[in-house]
Structures are given as C-alpha cells and as structure tokens.
Write a protein of this length. Structure first.
Ligand SMILES: Cc1cc2nc3c(=O)[nH]c(=O)nc-3n(C[C@H](O)[C@H](O)[C@H](O)COP(=O)(O)OP(=O)(O)OC[C@H]3O[C@@H](n4cnc5c(N)ncnc54)[C@H](O)[C@@H]3O)c2cc1C
Length: 384
C-alpha cells in the first residue's frame, strides 16, 4: 500500500487561496443553504462560473478544453467547494469521472464532442451501473444492447440513478455479448453514452424517505444508441468501468459531507453554554479529518504519478464514509428535540439531512464490505 505523506507546494497553496477568495465572494456564509458535500444542489450557473476559472474538467488536456492541471489541483478545488457546501451537483459526475473515461477510452470524435462542453460546465452526467438485480455484484448486469442498424437497441431498467431527471447524459454499463456457458461474466460488457432525452427512455422518481427526488428508475424501451456513442471496444466495458471506479473513490467527497454541518454548529453555539463542548468535538474531529485528508491527498499524488491506486482509494472511502457516520452520531448529541428538515436552526436542518443521507454514502460507489474486499484482494495481488 502506498500512502506517502505529502504536502501542498507554494503554487498549490496559492490555488487554495484563490478558491477560498472566489467562494467568499460568490457564496458568503448566510447567503446560501450549504449542501452536504457531493450531494449539493445542481446549479448550472454556478458550474459555468467555476468553468470560467478553469475549475471544471481541470485535469483534462488543454487540447480538449481542460486546463492540464494535476489531480492534486483538482483535489484542492474540490476540497474547498465541498467544505463550503457549494452547489457543485450539476458538473459533479462529469468532472470526477466521465470526462476521464471519455479521454482515456473514447474516440477523438467523442473527445471533441463531449470534453470541451464538460469543461465549460454545461453537461451533467448520470451513472448507469446498478440494476434491480445487480448492485455490488456489478458484473452481473443483464440489461441487453442488441445490434441494430448503425447502432444498438437497448431494453431494460437501470435503478438508483442519481440526478437522471436533471442531467443531460447517462453513461451506462450494458451487456452487448451474451454470457456464454462457463464464460466469464466480466466479458461482453460495454459502456455507452446515452442521451437522457432519447425517445423510449422513461425516467421515474424513487422518492427518498423525506419525499425528496434524488434517485430514479430509468426504463429503456427500444432506445437507439448510435455506434459513435459506444465508449471503447464493445465487450471491454468491465475493465473500463473498474478504472472509472478508481476515480470515483478516494477523493474529499468521501469524508467531507458533514463538514458544513459541523461549521454551522460552531456558528450557532458561539457564546452559549454549549460552545466549549462543541469546540472540544471540533478539535477531536479535526485530528481525524487531518489524517483522512492526508491519505486522500496522497491518492491524488499517486494519480499524478500515473498510478491507478484502486486499493488505496477503496480504503479511503471505507474509512471516510464510516467516519462521516461517526461525526453525525456525535452531532446528534447536541440536539434534544426531534430533528426536522424545516427547523428554524440551519444546523438542525443540515443535521436532519445528514441523518437521512449519511448511511447512503457508505453504500453508493461501493459498500463498506465491497471496499474491504477490493482492498483485501488488492493486497493479496488478486484481481478485483
Ligand atoms: C445515495 C446513493 C446514490 C446512488 N447513485 C447511483 C447512481 O447514480 N448510479 C448507479 O448505478 N447506482 C447508484 N447507487 C446504487 C449503489 O451503487 C448500490 O446501491 C450499491 O452498489 C449496492 O448495491 P445494492 O443496493 O444492490 O445492494 P446489494 O449488492 O444487494 O448488497 C446488500 C448488502 O450485501 C452486502 N454484500 C453484497 N455482496 C457482498 C459480498 N460479495 N461480500 C460481502 N458483502 C456483500 C453489501 O455490502 C450490502 O450490505 C446509489 C446508491 C445510493 C445509496
């Protein structure tokens, strides 16, 4: 395992100052309802403002509209945005992973078509991995794409699709070659880019416990996907998807979700009898956050060295999302009454949302058990 201690250099600290100044000007505390990390609101105008600064798709090459910046630079921008609870939801998936997948496995036509628009903050992507009978065991996806004239005809249902009702595109893992008897289920899968406005797509909400609309079930009835929207070699989607998961885990989004809630607690208890207790908790949490941040930052350094640190990323997500739940448990001790999403106190409102969404963070992008399994296999040198 390669968690090498690292620190930010002068240019990186300068970028951090720049992002902080931008946020203080655009979203001064009190002017907006902070989001919980990557679950923040989708705001196309805010994404466009970030893009103007070169902070969306920033590690993509200049040739395709990016800024040729490092993974550590992206880490710095993302850390500040999430800490602040900024509304990064619209470009989140495209910036974190889809742009990288298209760069790595796509054709030049696909790069030209999608990457500059991603870097302008225009395109929102959803992830189409899970199906009603495929979650952790992702290779068991059974949704079929059959060969058609100039493309593929897709039928079936994807589930738990975050943001499909708001986004523009959907990157789906589909079975393009039937599973042969005795064959590996990892073969015969392909990744396809599907326009979320395609005829035959039916996007229906799966309401959250509090009635909010985050997830969707996306039903495909004879949806046509042209050949030019297949990413990489048909049948090789499993390896591409595994590479995508390495971008999905290990970043600040896996340990910063309740940060804005902790900050709001500190604001609200200032000058009250709870202030001392809250400061002690903040000290304890800061020490734990510092450790996680260093692990996560070292993952970004490894990516900049051309590595694919899937074991390290899995461990950061495992530890980070468990820590987030501990933070929420400790925050709940500061509240005597029942938590409601329409409380007067912003701290109570944010905490109510944390209680609701915290457990999901340990599930999305790989459950705790699956991450431990990835790490254990990786340490033993076994395939994921
Ligand atoms: C907030 C949120 C957002 C999501 N967004 C998306 C999205 O945008 N796109 C998308 O495709 N999916 C999304 N998902 C779905 C998510 O990826 C799946 O829920 C997840 O992969 C788990 O699959 P499952 O729900 O089918 O649970 P299962 O796979 O059925 O697992 C059930 C339990 O069994 C355990 N388990 C399963 N297999 C093993 C094993 N081999 N060893 C040990 N334990 C095991 C699991 O850890 C879990 O505790 C989202 C989920 C959440 C909570």
């Amino acid at each position: 395992m390669r968690f090498t201690p690292t620190q930010l250099g002068d240019a990186e600290l300068e970028l951090q100052r720049e992002v902080r100044a931008f946020l203080a000007q655009e979203l001064p505390p009190g002017s907006h309802q902070p989001g919980l990390g990557m679950s923040a609101r989708a705001d196309r105008a805010f994404s466009a403002k970030m893009a103007e600064r070169g902070w969306v798709g920033m590690s993509l090459p200049k040739q395709w509209g990016g800024s040729d910046r490092s993974a550590v630079d992206r880490f710095i921008v993302v850390e500040e945005m999430l800490r602040w609870g900024a509304p990064v939801g619209h470009h989140w998936v495209a910036d974190r992973q889809t742009g990288n997948v298209i760069l790595k496995f796509g054709t030049d036509e696909q790069r030209k078509r999608f990457l500059p628009a991603i870097c302008r903050g225009e395109l929102g992507f959803s992830i189409g991995m899970s199906e009603p009978d495929s979650g952790s065991d992702l290779a068991s996806v059974s949704m079929r794409a059959e060969r058609g004239d100039g493309g593929w005809i897709v039928n079936g249902t994807k589930i738990w699709t975050s943001g499909a009702h708001q986004n523009d595109w959907f990157i789906c893992l589909l079975r393009t070659h039937p599973l042969e008897e005795g064959g590996s289920k990892h073969q015969g899968l392909s990744q396809m880019l599907v326009d979320l406005n395609s005829p035959g797509l039916d996007i229906g909400p799966i309401p959250f416990l509090n009635g909010e609309h985050h997830f969707n079930e996306v039903a495909f009835t004879d949806v046509f996907v042209p050949d030019e929207n297949v990413v990489g070699e048909p049948g090789m989607g499993w390896n591409q998807n595994t590479a995508e998961m390495a971008y999905e885990r290990g970043g600040p989004d896996r340990w910063l979700s309740p940060f804005s809630t902790v900050e709001q607690l500190l604001r609200e208890v200032e000058g009250t009898e709870m202030e001392q207790r809250a400061c002690e908790l903040f000290g304890e949490l800061t020490a734990r956050w510092w450790a996680l941040r260093n692990l996560s930052l070292s993952v970004a350094r490894l990516i900049d060295e051309g590595e694919a640190p899937s074991v390290e990323s899995a461990l950061v997500k495992e530890m980070g999302t468990r820590f987030e739940l501990e933070v929420i448990e400790k925050l709940v001790e500061f509240v005597d009454e029942e938590l409601t999403p329409d409380a007067d106190s912003l701290f109570h409102r944010l905490l109510a949302e944390c209680v609701l969404t915290g457990p999901g963070n340990t599930i999305r992008g790989g459950t705790i058990e699956i991450l431990r399994s990835v790490a254990a296999k990786g340490l033993e040198g076994l395939p994921a």
